[in-house]
Design a protein around this ligand. Structure first.
Ligand code: IPM
Ligand code: MG
Length: 360
């Protein structure tokens, strides 16, 4: 089969890690007889440098017409990069938010998996880790505080800022359905996270999630307040299967979830909508401090490419092959600097990509 892949290499380490993911996709194409036609698009800082804005209409249209979007990372050093002298709506991150919204990618899936081979990197005690953990944060991505009305005004001579948190029942229902559907393919448990003891939007969230749960009698639903969830993630991460939550809580909890695995350089993510189109990117940021040094771990991006094959192209066998190859190189002892420990072989970005390609 032939697939049109929009490639957004992005900023800082973005190009290096995406190049390795494309290397793996090419190997898969050769091995399984597919063709991936890449079209490179600019977003974030790279788009600001080329066109003066973080996302152009043309880029959005091209992304819409693709079968899947593979992305590296966008943004730079917020204290030194000239991009951050621009007004907020012209900065790199604004491009990312706009492409999520423009493509209707309301569901962000971020798996948090403890790799057996990397147990040593996990900051939690063995007694907490047990046999390991494997859960996914299902974050609402196009609503809530990120997209509510905001303004900064002077009121009675006092500078005052507003950000509004709004959700309607339809926005909640569609992400809840994604959460339950995902749970059905996993261990059939949904932990819905909210702040229903304070916020109206959370009380509506809880009500709608309970309605959706009725369609999934096999799935166990529990509700958890967000502050408690932040604690439970470090106290007992093995209790989670699917963590379903709104945009801002999901932003924070997904970073915490990735940190407890100890290897954020390994974690992929998928942003999905109603159709097959998705945007796939590593869970980590653009790491300006190590950009261009062949140090970044390309595995999160490679695993994101695997998610694209699975969710947007229905190529399960091919996705399995990539995931197995990643496990194999870890077993062989190859490590980038972020996951390096004694007795293993330190490699750079490119060499890690080569090693994985060799295992496909
Ligand atoms: C993420 C990032 C973005 C977000 C930023 C870069 C706008 O932190 O994807 O989690 O907050 O959604
Ligand atoms: Mg974040």
């Amino acid at each position: 089969m032939e697939y049109k892949v929009a490639v957004i290499k992005g900023d800082c380490i973005g190009p290096e890690i995406v190049n390795e993911a494309m290397k793996i996709m090419d190997k898969v194409a050769e091995k399984f007889g597919h063709t991936f036609r890449y079209e490179q698009l600019l977003l974030g800082g790279a788009s600001i440098d080329a066109y003066g804005v973080p996302l152009t209409e043309e880029t959005l249209e091209k992304a819409k017409k693709s079968d899947g979007i593979l992305m590296g990372s966008i943004g730079g050093d917020t204290t030194t990069s000239p991009w951050y002298k621009l007004p907020a709506d012209k900065r790199p991150e604004a491009g990312l938010l706009a492409i999520r919204k423009g493509l209707g990618l309301f569901a962000n899936m971020r798996p948090a998996v403890l790799y057996e081979e990397l147990k040593g990197a996990c900051p939690l005690k063995d007694s907490i880790i047990g046999d390991g953990f494997d859960f996914v944060v299902m974050r609402e991505l196009t609503g809530g505080l990120y997209f509510g009305e905001r303004k900064t005004v002077v009121e009675d001579g006092v500078l005052t800022a507003y950000d509004s948190l709004t959700y309607n029942e339809n926005e909640i229902r569609r992400i809840a359905v994604k959460g339950f559907e995902t749970a059905m393919k996993r261990r059939k448990k949904v932990t819905s996270v909210d702040k229903a003891n304070v916020l109206d939007s959370s009380r509506l969230w809880r009500k709608v999630v309970e309605e959706v749960a009725k369609d999934y009698p096999e799935v166990t639903l529990e509700h958890m307040l967000v502050d408690n969830c932040a604690m439970q993630l470090v106290k007992d991460p093995t209790q989670f299967d699917v963590v379903l939550t709104e945009n801002m809580f999901g932003d924070i909890l997904s970073d915490e979830a990735s940190m407890v695995t100890g290897s954020i350089g390994m974690l992929s993510s998928a942003s999905l909508g109603e159709g097959k189109l998705g945007l796939y990117e590593p869970s980590h940021g653009s790491a300006p401090d190590i950009a261009g040094q062949n140090k970044a771990n390309p595995i999160a991006t490679i695993l994101s490419a695997a998610m694209m094959l699975r969710y947007s192209f229905d190529l399960d066998k091919e996705a399995d092959a990539i995931e197995a190859a990643v496990k194999e190189v870890l077993k062989q002892g190859y490590r980038t600097v972020d996951i390096m420990s004694e007795g293993h072989t330190l490699v750079g970005t490119k060499e890690m990509g080569d090693a994985i390609a060799a295992c496909i």
